[in-house]
Design a protein around this ligand. Structure first.
Ligand code: ZN
Length: 423
């Protein structure tokens, strides 16, 4: 069950990323593309009032064409907002305007997105492109890691969000140095020092745990904790179970760092780079390793390439379908505009291109032009085929070597089979 949820999550991210890429590639003539971000606590009424106001302000726009286009976009947004009494749970992002399509043509397009994470800003902007940064950030900041650096004198903790380090706070100890004052017995001094260290570790454990556990959706999003410091301090701290057990069991590793103040956090992330890379792709890498192992066997269960995979899916021979998240292809159903000829074909949709850029050719039977009946993203289409024979589907990112090989060497489409077939 957990695995299924995770797969849906990967799927949602893939879909979300694709929509953003498409919006990113769109351009308007002049400043006529509208970006509108509505946070969950904003009144729709206030938004429509502002839009009506902006509509009026368009009178000041000098270019007649820009004025018309901006007004059409605002009207289009207003008519869509009518369906909302209030913003959805996580807010609403609206991208609307006259975008350039194939050649000199233009088209008024409106995209409404309910973001995967709550929007925390209100924005209305008119520009020659769409403002996507707040949504792109959501792609990056899906997971969060806890950071903790410590020695016997000080400690500091914070978060790693995407590539951004967020320092939170720290603590200093009252642990006496190793030199004892005259008159104190060595044993008594040693014992007091042990107690002070234990107290300091306890304080770090409690305070850092409280910060980590307070992170929104801790159980879903908190991927793990990195601990840095000199040896054997960090090892002692880990063995002593000073952290809350939910945090303790998420420790990813211990790393040597020289600084244990705020600067130590960056040093820690740097030392842990390889471990972090492995974490995000560990599951995907396991699938790719299995595929590559099967591939080199004489009677292996690996298959790849769109044609081969289609055959294997049709006869129900696919156990696990591996699809690269870099795939940007569509499956087209086309038909002749005058006779009964129909066909399917796969085309690449490169960044900035739309369906209007794809030539559909002519009918081989009567030479009349073909027309498009249906366009489906290839990941959706192959996933549907896989579902019919209960094959599992794994989306594989290209953030690691084997993942990028799936795209570059195998066309982004591969499978581990249930049994060997002739395809
Ligand atoms: Zn025809």
């Amino acid at each position: 069950m957990a695995e299924e949820v995770e797969m849906d999550e990967a799927r949602r991210r893939y879909e979300f990323k694709k929509v953003l890429e498409k919006l990113q590639s769109q351009q308007g003539d002049g400043t006529e593309l509208i970006t509108l971000y509505i946070p969950p606590d904003k009144q729709i009424f206030d938004v429509t009032n502002q839009l009506k106001d902006e509509y009026g302000q368009c009178a000041n726009i000098k270019s007649k064409q820009t004025k018309t286009n901006v007004q059409s976009a605002i009207s289009s947004i207003l008519s869509r907002l009518k369906y909302y009494k209030r913003p959805p749970e996580k807010g609403l992002a609206v991208f609307c305007g006259t975008v350039k399509t194939y050649g000199d043509r233009t088209d008024l397009q409106c995209t409404i997105i309910e973001p995967p994470e709550p929007l925390n800003l209100y924005m209305y902007r008119c520009s020659s492109n769409f403002e996507l940064e707040p949504l792109l950030q959501m792609l990056e900041e899906k997971y969060v890691y806890g950071l903790l650096v410590l020695d016997k004198r000080e400690a500091y903790w914070g978060f790693l969000r995407g590539n951004r380090i967020e320092p939170v706070g720290g603590a200093n100890s009252t642990v006496p140095g190793k030199m004892r004052k005259g008159g104190q017995s060595a044993a008594r001094f040693g014992r007091l020092r042990e107690i002070a260290i234990d107290e300091f570790y306890t304080k770090i454990g409690e305070r850092a745990s409280a910060i980590f556990l307070a992170e929104k959706d801790f159980f879903e999003r908190f991927k793990g904790l990195l601990i840095g410091g000199p040896s054997p301090t960090k090892e002692e701290f880990e063995k002593g179970n000073y952290l809350h057990h939910e945090v303790q069991k998420r420790i990813i590793g211990l790393f040597d760092v020289a600084y244990t103040n705020e600067d130590g956090l960056a040093e820690l992330v740097d030392s842990a780079k390889d471990a972090l890379k492995g974490m995000t792709v560990v599951k995907e890498k396991a699938f790719m390793d299995r595929f590559l192992k099967e591939l080199v066997k004489d009677d292996g269960l690996a298959a790849y390439g769109e044609e081969s995979i289609r055959h294997n899916l049709e006869i129900g021979a696919v156990d696990i379908l591996l699809l690269s998240t870099k795939l940007r292809k569509s499956r087209l159903k086309i038909r002749c505009q005058s006779c009964d000829y129909t066909a399917e074909k796969t085309v690449s949709i490169e960044a900035g291109k739309t369906m209007a850029d794809i030539p559909l050719g002519n009918c081989p039977k009567c030479t009349a032009p073909n027309i498009l009946e249906e366009e489906t993203d290839i990941v959706d289409e192959l996933t549907k085929l896989a579902d019919m024979s209960s094959s599992k589907v794994e989306l594989i990112s290209d953030d690691f070597e084997e993942g990028s090989i799936l795209f570059s060497a195998f066309g982004g489409i591969a499978a581990i089979l249930r049994y060997r077939t002739g395809y």
